[in-house]
Design a protein around this ligand. Sequence first.
Ligand SMILES: Nc1ncnc2c1ncn2[C@@H]1O[C@H](COP(=O)(O)OP(=O)(O)O)[C@@H](O)[C@H]1O
Ligand SMILES: [Mg+2]
Length: 297
Amino acid sequence: MIRVEHLSKYFGGIHAVENVSLEIAEGSITGLIGPNGAGKTTLFNVIAGAYKPTSGKVFLDGEDITGLEPHELFHKGLLRTFQIAHEFSSLTVRENLMMVPPNQHGEYLLDAWIRPALVRQQEAEIRERADDVIRFLEIERVADELAGNLSGGQKKLLELGRTMMVDAKIVFLDEVGAGVNRTLLGTIADAIRRLNVERGYTFCMIEHDMDFISDLCDPVIVMAEGHLLAQGKAADIMQNEDVIEAYLGTGLKNKPGVSSAAPDAKPARKPARKPSTAKATGKPSRKKAAARKGASK
Ligand SMILES: Nc1ncnc2c1ncn2[C@@H]1O[C@H](COP(=O)(O)OP(=O)(O)O)[C@@H](O)[C@H]1O
Ligand SMILES: [Mg+2]
């Protein structure tokens, strides 16, 4: 469904993504893991149109979508979730959902004036869809709550819910489980699985929680230092020497089978913009090492 060919994205001297080629199969829940600074978010941003690649191509169902704007990709059914923006925190959960579908007639004053019935009908449809999403995610209790008052996990569910307001084909989730408690993580995992099975969504998700990944994702793609390191079933990935090496010092080592949460891979919460330290592998590339000087702790 998605084919990425020799994709690179440089920020000055930082080779955030370097010659990555991969495929995301239709109907899959593909996991993307790797130490901080591996280039995962940058790869997402390039695929989803937030950044233009330095070189390389991205295809969606065979169509070259390289460099298209996020809203153009949105219309093609390629979505990435975003944190609920500040200005939407004073809207209710239902209102946040209802805002998603583009080209609502009510947005156009003229339409509202000359075709009020159409506008009303469309709004009713959108409201119905929002209610359907609310039921699907089992968040009826907070449907009329302001988004700003939601817990972290509920916000993540709402982010997921926003992708359901349009006919998404493939959804990119960046650390949807970060900072979410176990119970809600289970709810999110269920929602993802059901969207995948019942509604045919393809997912590609960046996650740190290995339980979550092992449970949901097949295949799992591993990145480190801007490169693709490995790809396969979660269980095999965990045994892969290169992968263990890449995570050296970040918790995966000495954990055969990797039972839980790769706790030290967590600094996910730190600002993503800072170049990561050379912790990720023992052998940082020269350019990166240079770029990192001064930035390392
Ligand atoms: N907008 C940006 N400007 C400059 N450097 C960036 C930018 N975004 C990411 N980087 C750098 O690119 C590298 C990869 O970052 P990122 O894609 O966020 O990694 P990950 O999501 O795997 O933690 C890091 O060294 C990071 O500092
Ligand atoms: Mg990231």
